[in-house]
Design a binder for this molecule. Structure first.
Ligand SMILES: [Mg+2]
Length: 121
C-alpha cells in the first residue's frame, strides 16, 4: 500500500485529502507544517507528499529545500498544492524539486490523475 504524507496547516483540508487518499487505497499520515513533515520523513520516507505552500513554522518551499538537502536515496514524490493565482509559487516549487502541482480545492479525480502521473498509483 503506497503511503502519502499530507502537509497542510488546515485541519479541514487534511481531513478532505485523507478521505480522498484512503478511498484510493493509500496509507495516510498528516503534518501541520513543514517542520513536522520533515520529522516524519526522517523517521520513514513516504512514497508521496501532498504539500501546502503557506504554513506557519516552516513553509512548503522551505520543506522542499530541506528535503533535497538530505539527498535521500529514494526521495518522496512531491505534489504541490496551490491556489489559482499561485503561478509564481508553482515555478518556485518546481525549481525546488516538486514533481507535480494541484490547484486547491482539489477533487478525487484530480488527485488520482496526479498520483498516476508521479507513478504512485
Ligand atoms: Mg496553508
Amino acid at each position: 500500500m503506497p503511503s502519502c504524507l499530507v502537509v497542510d496547516d488546515s485541519k479541514v483540508i487534511r481531513k478532505v485529502a485523507r478521505h480522498i487518499l484512503e478511498s484510493l487505497d493509500l496509507q495516510v499520515e498528516e503534518a501541520g507544517d513543514g517542520r513536522e513533515a520533515l520529522e516524519i520523513c526522517d523517521a520513514s520516507v513516504p512514497d508521496v507528499v501532498l504539500l501546502d505552500w503557506n504554513m506557519p513554522i516552516m513553509s512548503g518551499l522551505d520543506f522542499l529545500k530541506e528535503l533535497s538537502r538530505r539527498n535521500l536515496p529514494r526521495p518522496p514524490k512531491v505534489i504541490f498544492c496551490t491556489t489559482e493565482n499561485g503561478v509564481d509559487h508553482i515555478r518556485a516549487a518546481v525549481d525546488a524539486g516538486a514533481d507535480e502541482y494541484v490547484m486547491k480545492p482539489f477533487d478525487r479525480d484530480t488527485l488520482e490523475s496526479k498520483l498516476q502521473i508521479v507513478g504512485v498509483l
